[in-house]
Design a protein around this ligand. Structure first.
Ligand SMILES: [Zn+2]
Ligand SMILES: [Zn+2]
Length: 255
């Protein structure tokens, strides 16, 4: 399984990250924060399924741009998968004709611009040789982490989350778990803000790694708020945990 965290800074893309999108095998996107500004329309067109963790803008911001870029004569647009709450937000807050035209109802000729597909917690979905299982995590709004599996192994992408439990119960039970991508949004000095907004700091990040209880699994930190990313990187390094890394932006990980 190939996983890439798409870059979103035009000046310092290796270190600064603003909007979340992971590409899986170039065909499936987890979140659409930076999907619509990635590469070319032709490359974006390979993505036929977008799984949204939740409705916050850093995860959905360029979904409309992506959907516009991949419009093609003679075929329907991609499937956009999310919880009932996330899909309701897309309808009410994004595709409402004010923020963006109502792409849910608009058509290109006879073709749909997208299909909305509702996810249920812990009900796996199979797409492009992958099995993707949404698991509820702990954030300001209903949010899923995803367990992504193929024949070789599985990878967990946490979504935005504060301290959580169910995701680790499920991850621990996966014998073939290869890697976890876990958010680390704020530096420890902002622990109050992290707590109130349902995010992690390096200290609480480490507690989640302990809950996972698997030293044989790589844990890659992502979603480092750009304003404090140097501090977060330093604090993660100071943890001195051998299986904890900062996710490299735009690297193609192969698991
Ligand atoms: Zn969020
Ligand atoms: Zn976020």
């Amino acid at each position: 399984m190939k996983i890439r965290l798409l870059p979103t800074s035009t000046r310092d893309p290796a270190h600064l990250h603003y909007l979340t999108t992971f590409l899986v095998n170039g065909e499936v996107a987890i979140d659409a924060g930076g999907l619509g500004t990635y590469a070319t329309p032709a490359e974006q067109s390979r993505v036929r399924d977008v799984f949204l963790t939740h409705s916050h803008l850093d995860h959905t911001a360029t979904l409309p741009i992506f959907l516009e870029n991949v419009i093609e004569e003679g075929r329907d647009g991609p499937a956009v998968h999310g919880s009932a709450a996330t899909l309701a937000s897309l309808r009410q807050d994004l595709f409402n004709d004010r923020a963006w035209p109502n792409f849910v109802e608009l058509k290109f000729g006879e073709r749909r611009l997208l299909h909305l597909h509702q996810l249920e917690a812990e009900k796996p979905v199979s797409v492009h040789g992958l099995t993707i299982t949404p698991v509820e995590v702990s954030h300001l709004v209903p949010t899923f982490g995803f367990v992504i599996e193929d024949a070789q192994g599985s990878v967990v992408i946490s979504g935005d989350t504060g301290p959580t439990t169910r995701l680790w119960e499920i991850a621990r039970a996966k014998k073939n778990l290869r890697a976890v991508f876990l958010e680390a949004s704020f530096a420890d000095e902002r622990a109050d803000l992290a707590y109130r907004s349902g995010h992690l700091t390096p200290t609480t990040f480490l507690r989640e790694v302990v809950k996972l209880g698997r030293r044989d699994v790589q844990v890659h930190a992502f979603h480092l708020k750009a304003r404090w990313s140097d501090r977060i990187v330093a604090q993660l390094a100071a943890l001195k945990v051998e299986n904890v890394f900062v996710a490299e932006i735009d690297r193609e990980y192969v698991f």
